[in-house]
Design a protein around this ligand. Sequence first.
Ligand SMILES: *[C@@H]1O[C@H](CO)[C@@H](O)[C@H](O)[C@H]1NC(C)=O
Ligand SMILES: *[C@@H]1O[C@H](CO)[C@@H](O)[C@H](O)[C@H]1NC(C)=O
Ligand SMILES: *[C@@H]1O[C@H](CO)[C@@H](O)[C@H](O)[C@H]1NC(C)=O
Ligand SMILES: *[C@@H]1O[C@H](CO)[C@@H](O)[C@H](O)[C@H]1NC(C)=O
Ligand SMILES: *[C@@H]1O[C@H](CO)[C@@H](O)[C@H](O)[C@H]1NC(C)=O
Ligand SMILES: *[C@@H]1O[C@H](CO)[C@@H](O)[C@H](O)[C@H]1NC(C)=O
Length: 480
Amino acid sequence: MRSVTSLNLSTNRLTGDISSAIGGLITLVSLDLSNNRLQGHIPESFGGLISLEFLDLCNNSLFGVIPKSLEKLSHLNYFNVSFNRLEGEIPTKGCFPNFSSTSFMENYALCGPPRLLVPPCKNNIHKVHKRTVLQALSYGIPTIGIVVVLIGLALMYRKCQNRTTTRPIEDDLLCLGTWRKVSQDELSHATGGFDESNLLGSGSFGHVYKGRLSDGMEVAIKVFNLQREGAFKSFEIECEAMSNVVHRNLVKVITCCSSADFKALVLDYMSNGSLEKWLHSKNCSLDILQRVDIMIDVAAALEHLHTGHPVPVIHCDLKPSNILLDEDMVAHVGDFGIAKLLGEDDEMKQTMTLATIGYMAPEFGSTGIVSIKSDVYSYGIVLIETFTKRKPVDESFVEEMTIRNWLKSSLPKGIIDVVDADLLRIEDEYFVDKADCISSILKLALECSTELAEERKNMKDVVVELKKIKQRFLNSIKHV
Ligand SMILES: *[C@@H]1O[C@H](CO)[C@@H](O)[C@H](O)[C@H]1NC(C)=O
Ligand SMILES: *[C@@H]1O[C@H](CO)[C@@H](O)[C@H](O)[C@H]1NC(C)=O
Ligand SMILES: *[C@@H]1O[C@H](CO)[C@@H](O)[C@H](O)[C@H]1NC(C)=O
Ligand SMILES: *[C@@H]1O[C@H](CO)[C@@H](O)[C@H](O)[C@H]1NC(C)=O
Ligand SMILES: *[C@@H]1O[C@H](CO)[C@@H](O)[C@H](O)[C@H]1NC(C)=O
Ligand SMILES: *[C@@H]1O[C@H](CO)[C@@H](O)[C@H](O)[C@H]1NC(C)=O
């Protein structure tokens, strides 16, 4: 049956294993084996069913895990393994984010995200930790150093935690009291019962939904996954950090909603999505001035965090997906889940939380020390990404060849080889002025992302510098 496209053996009395040879039917579009008595595992070879759109295995006696290879089925739009005896982690990549809980009902021990109405995976947390630690190791830190530092950190972390957890809960409620009161029911109503169609995104600490409050206001609702290690802390930090910090370029917290088993933040809704989307999806594109304006906004937001208060706030996780754009394309920095508040006298803080690989400053990765200069580093990397469209986690960047070193060594050879090709072409009008502008910006980005923290610029100077570059560019194209 080399070229079969549809195979329906549903509602028979078939027993035994599913033949793994089925995995070789590369033209198969629809496979229905539901309502039989099939046993054994779902063959790993199903990952080879590259044309498959419909896969129904429900109501059999299949056991084992759902093979990760199914993530490769990019056309799969119907998937059902309900009423089996499957166990283990539900894959999360490929087409799986598109499936709902009714695809996985009544199994033996599946686990995964709460939206699929299954328990969270226990070993998940450890896996993630193992991976980040491994990645940190690959930064070339001597192992012994880590052990010593970690012990020190663990002690400090305990001390910090004691400090935050001993504070009475009433304090937080008071802080919330000045805000608009919203109940869990209203939030549920606003999002159609936290319906998947309203899901804007999922992060490490939970899900973000789009919603409309009873008065018609559009909001983004970030619901914390409390099963996740650190979620309580993250909620507290984000609530605390963002309630005290108000700026035109920061995502505004409208209110926090907190009960023993439900914690959510209600945020301003940003209709034009993230910078990540604008940089890396096919049908979006930004011109030079838009990109400069966005990065001026982001710099202003960081400047405000770092210097606008008696207690500086370090964002710790600046990256394009945390930079959101409103309907006027004004950028707002969001996601303060791992932000740190610096006490008046400490300029640096050690931390256990690891930020996103690629945007994380070297000293943060190696010693866990964060300072406002760690944010400056991340800013430099985002600035490079914004004008080159290369991601710091790109496969071609390994070990010593980081995105920064690549830029540093390529820049002298000419801007045209490094810049995002959508932004600058030789035949462009004002080519020279554009090239000047972009190369000044990339030089600034290099100055923000130096290896040594103390050599990095201040955000205040960055704002000034960027505004100058922009003005110079505007003047030059006006005078031509
Ligand atoms: C397969 O056959 C069964 C029984 O006739 C039918 O209910 C089901 O809809 C068919 N599946 C597909 C994918 O057509
Ligand atoms: C499972 O299949 C059996 C027959 O094979 C049928 O009697 C039963 O109703 C089915 N159960 C569900 C939930 O579809
Ligand atoms: C998920 O669904 C959306 C809309 O239905 C579709 O555009 C997208 O391709 C799907 N993603 C995958 C990985 O199948
Ligand atoms: C999967 O099959 C079960 C049992 O037949 C059904 O109740 C459920 O709605 C199906 N899921 C989807 C996504 O169609
Ligand atoms: C691409 O454009 C279409 C239609 O304009 C829109 O529906 C879709 O969301 C866009 N895709 C992305 C990734 O923004
Ligand atoms: C941003 O979003 C608004 C409304 O959602 C839309 O009208 C506007 O065109 C968008 N801006 C750009 C540059 O696409």
